[in-house]
Every structure is written in structure tokens, then in C-alpha cells.
Design a protein around this ligand. Structure first.
Ligand SMILES: [Zn+2]
Length: 389
């Protein structure tokens, strides 16, 4: 006898995968589930998060911003800076810096240079800090060291090569906050354009110092100028030093297009032709390595967020997905050439790498269980309301 099973109604992505009927997430995310209307857990959670966080009106939003700004000012009194703003050269972080200055804060801009900044990003960083009259601290990771670390990640066939950049960026921001006695790090992250939760198998835990060290050791690399941060370091920064990391753009009603227009006219900012143009590796990783080697296209998440925040129609997003992540084949070929030269690879090496199967980060050693354990303990004891993701 065949047991009738509940078959949720879903759409069908062009790839043949079951797809949400409200956003465009599909079964390429392993932890997706659908309700009886064919709506997925990602957009349903997003609505809940927006409702829980977003104030009901502009006046309340303005009050919330004012409260944060007064607190940052009060806690930074007598210090050279009262906050840190991480600057990638992209519109979000540039606007966060602009907003900090506009609110009368005294930010230190922090940039992490891993050798992959595009020329346009360098131009934007220079212009934004000069026009806003903000000090800039740039942490440069020796290219030779970073290149070897990237090679170690490629050799290990792990998913998230960007753990290297993200971990170093977190480390540098926290270290500089500690150095200057600053209690606030204002991030350019925001719910409106990137607030949908990342599927569990689309990236890796970013505070995984143990994993970075294990992969470095496996390839005989010493961490020298690479500023790694792990779970315990985070706990010390957050709870002993009481350094807060907050998504600053959630305190205003943020529109990326309006922010870009304002930055262009006020600080001589030059917009990017497409997403992640500020880092050549990030655009190559998201536009080529992730889809080809790992079957993951992060545009689904980004466009779904835009659909859910009313910034794009679902039909339009589906049309975008029919096109390649790169604006043209020439642009892709140019980045392939750049990548091969910079990593000293032959074209065959890239083909072999892309063809090899994925190996889990966890197989090489990870401190994620420690993080999850502490998070659980913190929630149970009420000490921890929210940790950085
Ligand atoms: Zn959905």
C-alpha cells in the first residue's frame, strides 16, 4: 500500500528545481522547506524578522537612530574616535561612513586589503575618506601569505574561500576597536538589501580560526600578517571589552539606489557596473566558482531579498536569473585571465579545480561546535541575546 504523502505546491525553477512561489529560492538550498501555499521558509522568516525589527513609522525609526547615536557619542567621549566603520569601497559601507559623519560621529574608517581590490574600489575609498575628512586605517595582508592561504583553501576543495577575507575583516575591526578603546563598530550591513538568511550549506562559519589554521598547517603556511579571529577572541571582544557590532543602515530607511546617487553627488563616488565589483575575487567567486563548482548562485538570495522588500518584481528577478552572473562573456574571460595570472595557475588547473567535488570544512577541523555550544548556553542563561553572524 502506498502511503499518501503531503506534497507541497511549488513552482519549478528553470534548472528543474522546486522553487518558492513568492521569492525565487529553490532546492539548491538544502534547508529549504515549503508551506501549503508554496511559500518557502527563507521568505517567511524574512517577513518575521522585518516585522520584529522594523519600526512602525518614520518617527520611531528616527528616535531609534537618535538613541544609538547619543549612546555612541557618550561612550566615546574623550577618545580620538567614537566608532569604527569598516569600508570595502562598496555603496553600503561608504554610505554607513557618510551617515556616521552626518550624525556628528567621529568614525575611524577601516579597510582590509587582501590584494583583490579593483581600481574603482581604491578610487572610491580614497575619495570617500578625503571628502568626509575621516582617518583611514588600512590593514594590508602580505599578498604572498594571502595567496598561499587561498591556494590551501582551493587545494582542500572547501566551499567558502571568502572565510579568509571575512574572518580577517572581522579581526581587524575588533582589534582596532580595542586599540582605540572604541565600543562601537557600525557595519554597512542591512536587512533591506541583504537580510534574508543564508542557506546553511551556502557558506561557512566565519569565526573559524581553527579551520583556517588547520588548512594553513596542512599546506605548511605560517599565519604572519593574517589577523585571524576565533570564537574565544570574539567572546572577549564582545563581553570583556564590551565592543558592539551593529548593522547601522537598519537605523535609517535604506535604499541602495538613493544612497548611491547621494554618494555620487556628495563625495565623488563612482558606482560599480555590477554587484561585488569592488573585489575582483568576490565577483569571480560568486559569479563563476560558486555556480560552476558548487552549484550555488547567490543571486537567488539577493534577488529574493529585493522581491521581499518590495524593490523588485518577481518576474523581473526570474528574467535576471536567465542571464549569466557576468554581464558578458568578455567580462568573464577577463576575470578568468586575471585570476589565473594572480594565482599563477594554468587554465587546466582551474578546470581540474572546478571539476573536483566539494569537501566539507568540518573534515579539516572546526570550532563551530564551540560557537554553537556557547550560543546555546548564552541563550539559556539570558546572557546572549544575539551574536554576530
Ligand atoms: Zn520564498
Amino acid at each position: 500500500m502506498v502511503t499518501p504523502s503531503f506534497q507541497p505546491r511549488t513552482g519549478l525553477a528553470s534548472s528543474g528545481q522546486a522553487q518558492c512561489l513568492r521569492c525565487i529560492m529553490d532546492t539548491s538550498a538544502a534547508d529549504i522547506s515549503f508551506d501549503s501555499q508554496g511559500f518557502c521558509n527563507f521568505c517567511t522568516d524574512f517577513i518575521k524578522r522585518i516585522e520584529a525589527f522594523q519600526p512602525s513609522n518614520e518617527a520611531e525609526l528616527a528616535r531609534r537612530l537618535e538613541t544609538l547615536v547619543s549612546r555612541v557619542k557618550a561612550e566615546g567621549r574623550g577618545k580620538q574616535y567614537d566608532c569604527i566603520v569598516g569600508l570595502s569601497g562598496g555603496a553600503d559601507s561608504s554610505y554607513a561612513l557618510y551617515l556616521a559623519k552626518e550624525q556628528g560621529l567621529r568614525p575611524l574608517a577601516v579597510h582590509m586589503d587582501n590584494g583583490w581590490d579593483s581600481e574603482l574600489a581604491v578610487h572610491n575609498i580614497e575619495n570617500v575618506v578625503r571628502k568626509l575628512d575621516v582617518d583611514l586605517a588600512t590593514h594590508v595582508i602580505a599578498w604572498d601569505e594571502y595567496k598561499k592561504l587561498m591556494q590551501a583553501f582551493f587545494d582542500a576543495d572547501v566551499l567558502d574561500v571568502e572565510v579568509l577575507y571575512d574572518n580577517a575583516m572581522l579581526a581587524v575591526n575588533y582589534r582596532l576597536a580595542k586599540k582605540h578603546g572604541v565600543r562601537w563598530i557600525l557595519g554597512g550591513t542591512n536587512l533591506a538589501t541583504e537580510g534574508m538568511r543564508m542557506p546553511a550549506d551556502w557558506n561557512w562559519f566565519k569565526y573559524d580560526k581553527k579551520n583556517i589554521r588547520a588548512l594553513a598547517r596542512r599546506s605548511g603556511i605560517a599565519l604572519d600578517s593574517f589577523p585571524a579571529i576565533g570564537t574565544i577572541d570574539f567572546v572577549i571582544f564582545r563581553y570583556a571589552r564590551r565592543i558592539n557590532w551593529t548593522s547601522f543602515l537598519d537605523y535609517v530607511s535604506y535604499s541602495k539606489s538613493e544612497a548611491t546617487a547621494l554618494l555620487t553627488s556628495k563625495v565623488n563616488y563612482r558606482p560599480y557596473p555590477y554587484k561585488h565589483y569592488e573585489s575582483i575575487f568576490t565577483r569571480f567567486y560568486q559569479g563563476h566558482i560558486l555556480p560552476v563548482k558548487f552549484g550555488i548562485d547567490k543571486r537567488k538570495l539577493h534577488l529574493s531579498t529585493l522581491i521581499m522588500s518590495g524593490q523588485m518584481a518577481r518576474d523581473e528577478a526570474l528574467k535576471v536569473m536567465e542571464r549569466s552572473p557576468y554581464p558578458s562573456d568578455d567580462a568573464l574571460q577577463e576575470d578568468i585571465g586575471y585570476f589565473l595570472k594572480k594565482m599563477s595557475w594554468r587554465p587546466e588547473q582551474l578546470a581540474e579545480y572546478l571539476a573536483r567535488p566539494r569537501i566539507s570544512h568540518a573534515l579539516y577541523g572546526t570550532e563551530q561546535p564551540l560557537w554553537l555550544g556557547l550560543e546555546k548556553l548564552g541563550r539559556r542563561t539570558g546572557l546572549l541575546k544575539k551574536t554576530a553572524s
